[in-house]
Design a protein. Structure first.
Length: 157
């Protein structure tokens, strides 16, 4: 076999291995054991795969509280039942320190929409809307405990 007949790098390597074996057999040289590939390390940080972004969990917990689907919360519909849960989700994410742009990216919105929604919630808190404040505190406490493993500072009436 001529080297020019070999088409791929794999064929060249296989041919080189055969030639090396013949040379070693003539010299009575013992072949070294092939190297074993190291085992994959066990991932202790994320044993079940990648963890979703915390904003995804905030959306999930908010939609669970209001009994709507997460897709509806981040969707394009602008019907009444979706608006306030969506705004509360933005407000809670902002309370946990996420930027307007990061929240917008995960909620499929422009950052100015997030800013507007959170300002509506701030206004409802200022007018002491008990329903909104109660929902914020319940969802915020769930998010704090399950996602961030920290305490939630309640919104006061």
């Amino acid at each position: 076999m001529k080297v020019a007949d070999l088409k791929t790098a794999q064929e060249v390597r296989a041919h080189a291995t055969k030639v090396q074996c013949r040379i070693n057999a003539q010299r009575h040289v013992v072949q070294p054991e092939p190297k074993k590939e190291p085992e994959k390390p066990v991932n202790l940080v994320q044993p079940e795969g990648p963890v979703p972004h915390p904003i995804v969990r905030i959306v999930s917990l908010t939609s669970e509280h209001f009994r709507i689907k997460p897709d509806e919360l981040t969707g394009t519909r602008r019907t009444g039942p979706m608006i306030m849960p969506r705004y509360i989700c933005y407000f809670i994410a902002r309370r946990f320190g996420f930027s307007w742009i990061t929240i917008a990216k995960h909620c499929n919105r422009d950052h100015t929409s997030i800013l507007h929604g959170a300002s509506i919630v701030y206004g409802r808190i200022a007018t002491k809307d008990e329903k909104i404040i109660a929902a914020i505190n319940v969802i915020g406490l769930k998010v704090a405990k399950t996602v961030f493993h920290t305490d939630w500072v309640s919104v006061k009436i």
